[in-house]
Design a protein around this ligand. Structure first.
Ligand code: MOS
Length: 759
């Protein structure tokens, strides 16, 4: 028996536990699922933008080789909408009427023996439409305006007087383009019925949400519906809702009495699984000559489809970004005849922070104050609404340490003043932030007689490294070597988990795993505390250390026993306990901090004493602009991040790099374009340009800060953080390089050459 001290794996840089599976091609994504008797479905999509289906001629398709069924609104039974999830209602079920609300709406589905036969027969479906006039502009008088309850109008102080009296004002319009999530994994659904029981392999970020939606659609017991998604293939928000192709696959399987697979084409990914809607934002800031912010007025209009609702937090970040006494925010959504939008990484915050952080940069030039100094001067040391101290906030360190690492002091403030060889050089920066969010989550943990641990929960790992960090956490909390820990995800038969989204899942699941594993150890302590045969007799949770697959009396290393020995002596095959996270700022009996194998009581801050902070970042960007060709390259990025407690610096760094890459795409490349009639023009990765490796060059990530006080785990959500403030940092660097201010994203070559308006 070794007496070495337990060393936590949490906090160390570790490779992905599923990395080998993935590079070997052994990780099974929904698109890979094959079943005996599998039939393949192809979707026919609307070619008009708005109107009705007058007639669908399906005879030719039905007679085509291999066709098993053709399904339209004419032979679809009523499908009920599922219950809303943590983040709002599901999209309306498909094929319920003849109405066409957007280009690319599914209007028919062909099921055949092979995918090729299904595709070929789908081309034979003849749809006759009755068109009406789509709503394609915010200024269309038929365009209705909605406000979402998550973005209520907010007023602090008196913005109009403060703006009128301000010594310096910036008042500008900023726009962001429609962007489309483009995970490399095409969304796929495979559905198979057994009586009233339904099993579905589906690209989703929310297995329980998909289960509930499908159960409601077909009027069956949710307990008989199982969603499987051990690996997602990327989603970035596109997998947060149950899109129409999912119930359609289940419907096809029900009608044909066969397993049915549907795989969206890349073109269909642009119209059928949501996208980031465009925004037009009016931002006014007022300040005194010496750089103290007096007022921020942020008004946003963003698009939404003709049906449903969508949380889009464009203006929320402006409320707490700075210590500004007068702030007003208005977020409006305008109904348009567009494919139903959804969520895409930092939905709203990415767009809103572009406007705010651009305006603050403009203010820094108007005041002739360094942009970092201006931000430090207006730093919100406490929550600006309620004056409570933050539960943690290392943003000032992000500014200082990030600037140092970047070499900001070499910057000369004058635009166009820096050059490298023949290139214009610009240094720009931006502040990023993402609010705290932790939905409820359950987990279950088993220790078996062979000494292995199996911990699981019904959420997903869409790519950020959830399997890895949760295995690490479980290893530390149980004192079981990580090689002997298996983590299970992606199965709705596992305990109820929320969506992996809103950057809330590491906190939600991590705190659940933490609490569940503490309960497991407590159960072992209860087993041995009056066990005369055990060297641990009389032990209490406070006095033990877990390590090497068992329990030791902290002060007496000779008193040690493995879980396996305890189970064997008690004639048990395993110990299984289910648990759940306590909400931030609260505790349950299992809320403890586990450190170095020891169990330390966790005391949350007293109610109402702290404001729950989210994550913070400061981005520093160098762009190189060719003065003749006008091409913009992001040469260097340094991002300093306050992500609270970092569970695995390697996977966390990858999350930040991913956010930066999408920020580069948003700033310079990505734009979902429709023509004047409302038809989508960019329907492939050739036309819709994302940042590739060649666009993401020298990226340096720096973690600063302390564990957050609101939860025992102390993490903050960082999945979406890095895209916030990133587009502004790039646009600000472009201004510094060129002296031209671009207020319209993306800063495409057409705009830089002056061929399209953009500044
Ligand atoms: Mo993210 S848009 O919450 O998956």
């Amino acid at each position: 028996m070794s007496t070495t001290t337990t060393v936590d794996v949490v906090g160390t840089a570790r490779d992905r536990v599923d990395g080998r599976l993935k590079v070997m091609g052994a990780a099974t994504y929904p698109i890979d699922v094959n079943l005996p008797g599998l039939a393949h479905a192809a979707l026919v999509q609307s070619t008009i933008i708005s109107g009705r289906i007058r007639d669908i001629a399906v005879d030719d398709a039905e007679r085509a080789p291999g066709v098993v069924a053709v399904i339209t609104h004419l032979n679809t039974p009523p499908l009920a909408i599922g219950p809303p999830t943590e983040i709002g209602p599901q999209p309306l079920p498909p094929f319920q009427s003849d109405a066409v609300l957007h280009y690319g709406q599914h209007v028919a589905m062909v099921v055949a023996e092979t995918r090729e036969q299904a595709n070929s027969a789908a081309a034979l479906v003849e749809v006759t439409y009755e068109r009406d006039t789509p709503v394609l502009s915010f200024d269309d008088e038929r365009a209705t305006e909605v406000t979402h309850p998550w973005t209520p109008d907010h007023d602090r102080g008196d913005v109009s007087s403060a703006l009128a009296e301000a010594e310096v004002r910036i008042n500008q319009i900023y726009t962001t383009a429609e962007n489309t999530n483009n995970p490399i994994g095409l969304f796929a659904t495979v559905a198979v019925w057994d009586g009233d029981a339904l099993t579905v392999h589906d690209t989703t970020q929310n297995p329980h949400g998909a289960r509930d939606a499908l159960a409601a659609a077909f009027g069956v017991d949710p307990a008989g519906v199982r969603i499987l998604v051990p690996f997602v293939g990327g989603a970035f928000g596109a997998g947060l809702r149950v899109w129409p192709h999912v119930p359609l696959a289940a419907l096809a399987a029900r009608i044909t009495k066969r397993p049915v697979k549907v795989v969206l084409t890349r073109a269909q990914m642009f119209t059928a699984v949501g996208h980031r809607p465009n925004t037009i934002q009016l931002l006014s800031v007022g300040a005194s000559r010496d750089g103290l912010l007096a007022a921020i007025d942020h008004v946003s209009r963003s698009s939404i489809g003709m049906e449903g609702e969508l949380i889009n937090l464009v203006t929320n970040g402006s409320l707490t970004a700075y210590a500004c006494p007068n702030v007003s925010t208005r977020a409006r959504q305008i109904r348009q005849s567009i494919p139903i939008p959804g969520w895409m990484r930092a939905p709203g915050e990415a767009e809103g922070s572009f406007a705010l952080e651009s305006a603050i940069d403009e203010l820094s030039y108007a005041l002739n104050i360094d942009p970092i100094e201006l931000r430090i001067k207006n730093h919100a040391h406490v929550h600006p609404d309620n004056a409570l101290p933050w539960s943690s906030n290392a943003l000032l360190d992000c500014y200082r340490l990030g600037a140092e690492r970047f070499g900001w002091s070499a910057r000369t403030p004058e635009p166009r003043s820096m050059r490298k060889m023949d290139q214009l050089v610009g240094y720009g920066m931006g502040r990023g932030a993402l609010g705290a969010y932790q939905p409820p989550c359950k987990a279950i943990a088993t220790i078996r007689r062979d000494g292995t641990a199996f911990v699981r929960s019904g959420g997903t790992d869409m790519g950020p490294g959830t399997y890895t960090v949760m295995s690490m956490l479980a290893a530390d909390c149980l004192g079981v070597p990580i090689e002997r820990v298996r983590f299970g995800l992606g199965d709705s038969a596992m305990p109820k988990a929320p969506q992996e989204g809103g950057s809330g899942f590491t906190g939600a699941l991590g705190n659940a795993v933490h609490a569940t594993c503490v309960s497991v150890v407590r159960a072992f302590v209860n087993l041995v505390s009056d066990d005369a045969m055990s060297p641990l007799k009389g032990c209490r949770l406070e006095g033990i250390t877990v390590r090497n697959g068992g329990i030791q009396i902290t002060d007496d290393p000779a008193r040690f026993e493995t879980y396996a020995d305890i189970l064997t002596r008690h004639g048990l095959d395993e110990m299984t306990i289910e648990g759940e996270s306590a909400p931030p700022g609260e505790t349950s009996s299992a809320t403890m901090i586990v450190q170095e194998g020891r169990f330390i009581p966790y005391t949350p801050p007293s109610t109402g004493t702290l404001a729950h902070a989210g994550a913070f970042a400061a981005h520093f960007v160098e762009v190189n602009v060719d003065p003749d060709l006008r091409t913009i390259r992001v040469a260097r990025v340094v991002s300093a991040v306050d992500g609270g407690r970092i569970l695995n610096p390697k996977t966390a760094r990858s999350q930040i790099i991913g956010g930066i890459a999408m920020g580069i795409g948003m700033a310079l490349l990505e734009e979902t374009v429709s023509d004047r009639t409302g038809r989508l023009v960019t329907t492939s990765l050739a036309e819709y340009v994302v940042a590739v490796n060649a666009d993401v060059r020298d990226v340096d990530v720096l973690f600063v800060g302390e564990p957050d006080a609101m939860t025992p785990l102390g993490t903050k959500g960082i999945g979406e953080l890095a895209i916030t403030g990133m587009a502004a940092a790039i646009a600000n660097a472009v201004y510094h390089a060129t002296g031209t201010r671009f207020r319209s994203l993306p800063i495409s070559i057409e705009k830089v050459l002056g061929l399209q308006p953009g500044h």
